[in-house]
Design a protein around this ligand. Structure first.
Ligand code: SAM
Length: 279
């Protein structure tokens, strides 16, 4: 456990609330690090204090100057550099990918000390399918951009995972219910902390529940995949194509119908061409 670590970049996951969730490897790596690159040095100083570790902390996010990043990369040849974020796994809705990219390009050791991640923890709590999921980070706060993202995700056949904050939760759930239909969902809050809570229900039930009283703390929303609706019949497909062809050329009509009926568009294009030549 206390073998001397070789120089390089160590991506260290830290707790998402409960300090006891820091792993022994994470603690050991932070203890041996020459430099801790942190999103917010005050937050990381608290964790290090808790562990009784005193280290040089350097502020790091992906928008730092090239000079700052290349300075860290140069030092990786001789030093152990630990990358941490404020909570959870670095790079997951947190800074770090440019540092990892450049460290690897420079030929340095890049390794990870896996640990807590709110998205994964919430998936374990939701009681929804986990065989296929899409992590979508935070929804945009502007309403048009939010609607566009929700529309894009609507056809994805996977459980959806969003990060959210208390004040935005009600609005986001409402927009999700409107855009995705009334799917089963879960709101997991304050995971691993004193007031941990997971509320399940349909999106509209959850939107109603959190409409007037925004909850406190940190939140993950988990939404079940779209239901398995019966596949469209040939008659339905032809009717939809005929309607689309009145407004659109065959290629666009095929794509529109494919999206609306959740079908592959290639076969539809030939059918659209055939229907067009019949009229
Ligand atoms: N890198 C972190 C991870 O691995 O989960 C996520 C960082 S992201 C900037 C912060 C968001 O993660 C919060 O706004 C919240 O949506 C979610 N989150 C973090 N800790 C959480 C917790 N204890 N309970 C629920 N959600 C949490």
């Amino acid at each position: 456990m206390n073998d001397t670590l070789p120089s390089g970049l160590y991506i260290v996951a830290t707790p998402i609330g409960n300090l006891q969730d820091v792993s022994r490897r994470a603690e050991n790596t932070l203890r041996q690090a020459d430099i801790v690159a942190a999103e917010d040095s005050r937050v990381t100083a608290k964790l290090l204090n808790h562990l009784g570790i005193k280290k040089q902390i350097v502020a790091y996010h992906d928008h730092v100057s090239e000079k700052t990043r290349s300075g860290l990369i140069e030092q990786m040849g001789e030093k152990v550099i630990a990358l941490v974020s404020d909570a959870g796994t670095p790079l997951i809705s947190d800074p770090g990918y440019k540092l990892v990219r450049d460290a690897r390009a420079a030929g340095h050791l890049v390794t990870t000390i896996p640990g807590p991640c709110a998205a994964v923890a919430a998936l374990t709590l939701a009681g929804l399918p986990t065989d296929r999921f899409l992590f979508a980070g935070f929804l945009p706060s502007k309403s048009k951009a939010r609607t566009d993202v929700i529309e894009e995700l609507g056809a994805v056949r996977a459980t959806l995972v969003f990060y959210e904050s208390g004040p935005r939760l009600g609005k986001s759930l409402l927009a999700l219910a409107e855009g995705l239909g009334d799917r089963e969902a879960a709101v997991a809050r304050e995971i691993s902390k004193k007031f941990e809570e997971t509320v399940t229900g349909t999106l509209s039930e959850l939107a109603a529940r959190f409409a007037d009283v925004p909850p406190k703390g940190e939140i993950v929303i988990i939404i079940s995949p779209p239901g398995d609706s019966a596949p469209a019949s040939e008659v339905d497909i032809d009717a939809a194509l005929v309607e689309s062809l009145q407004r659109l050329p065959p290629g666009k009509a095929a794509r529109e119908v494919a999206k609306a009926l959740n079908l592959p568009s290639d076969g539809l294009y030939e059918r659209a061409m055939a229907l067009k030549s019949e009229t």
